[in-house]
Design a protein around this ligand. Structure first.
Ligand SMILES: O=P(O)(O)O[C@H]1O[C@H](CO)[C@@H](O)[C@H]1O
Ligand SMILES: O=c1cc[nH]c(=O)[nH]1
Length: 235
């Protein structure tokens, strides 16, 4: 049954869903890595494609930017379309000197100031964490590809233009690898609904060195991340 934000028919969404923030990354990844990709959603321009990877059905669907947006799509994909494995494929800013632009960061856990789940967790400081099986398979796939990869705690921020530089300093001092804006709520929702979730991120810019990936190089750098996510899902 179509939802307020997804017009796909039942059966048009695969149990495995890759979630980039950017709907055009969904289009590019589906057309580059899937066999027979077809458009299954374009409500509000949030593109979703379903195809196969090595014979396995996969949907690649935009999540939009930020946890409230991701929450809408992940909720509908899980509760109305039966998604079981959800892997975010996103960009992030590096927060440690040992990490370089183009490296991959896999989010073992995700620190936040708040999430859309705050209302139900109340006094509980729930620790959003990745599915270990997916994480292990993603690490194996990344090592096999030779992609420089870092695994650990990430920061899912509520704002891109942060007026609190002291927060980043505290995150850096506590070993946070990188900052992005969706993974924590994806992990919360996966825990609530008995799904598997993981965030595989490509470093697009560096909060300490201020280096940034030129837009001309983004696609080729993001390709490793997509392949790592697909291999983790089906290993
Ligand atoms: O590249 P995506 O997947 O959108 O991820 C990152 O980029 C956006 C901010 O520019 C946020 O969504 C952040 O999480
Ligand atoms: O959320 C994000 C994504 C990329 N780079 C950042 O600094 N923040």
């Amino acid at each position: 049954m179509p939802t307020p934000h997804i017009s796909a028919a039942q059966g048009d969404i695969a149990e495995t869903v890759l979630l980039p923030g950017d709907p055009y990354r969904a289009k590019w990844a589906a057309e580059t890595f899937l066999d027979n990709p077809r458009l299954v959603n374009e409500v509000r321009g949030m593109l979703g494609y379903t195809g196969t990877y090595k014979g396995n059905p996969v949907t690649i669907h935009g999540s939009g930017m930020g946890m409230p947006s991701l929450s809408i799509y992940a909720n509908e994909l899980i509760t109305e379309y039966g998604a079981k494995t959800l892997i975010r494929i996103g960009s992030c800013g590096a927060m440690q000197k040992s990490i370089n632009v183009r490296d991959v960061i896999i989010g073992m856990s995700a620190t936040t100031l708040s999430t859309p789940s705050r209302g139900i967790f109340k006094e509980i400081n729930f620790a959003p964490c990745a599915d270990y099986g997916l994480l292990e398979k993603a690490v194996t796939a990344a090592r096999a590809k030779g992609t420089p990869t870092h695994v650990g705690n990430i920061y899912s921020a509520d704002v891109f233009y942060d007026e609190r530089p002291d927060l980043n300093e505290i995150m850096i001092r506590h070993g946070i690898l990188g900052v992005e804006m969706e993974a924590a709520e994806l992990y919360n929702l996966a825990a609530r609904h008995g799904c598997r979730a993981l965030a595989v991120l490509t470093v697009s810019d560096h909060l300490i060195t201020h280096e940034a990936l030129p837009s001309s190089e983004r696609e080729s750098s993001f390709g490793d991340m997509v392949e790592i996510a697909l291999q983790a899902a089906f290993a």
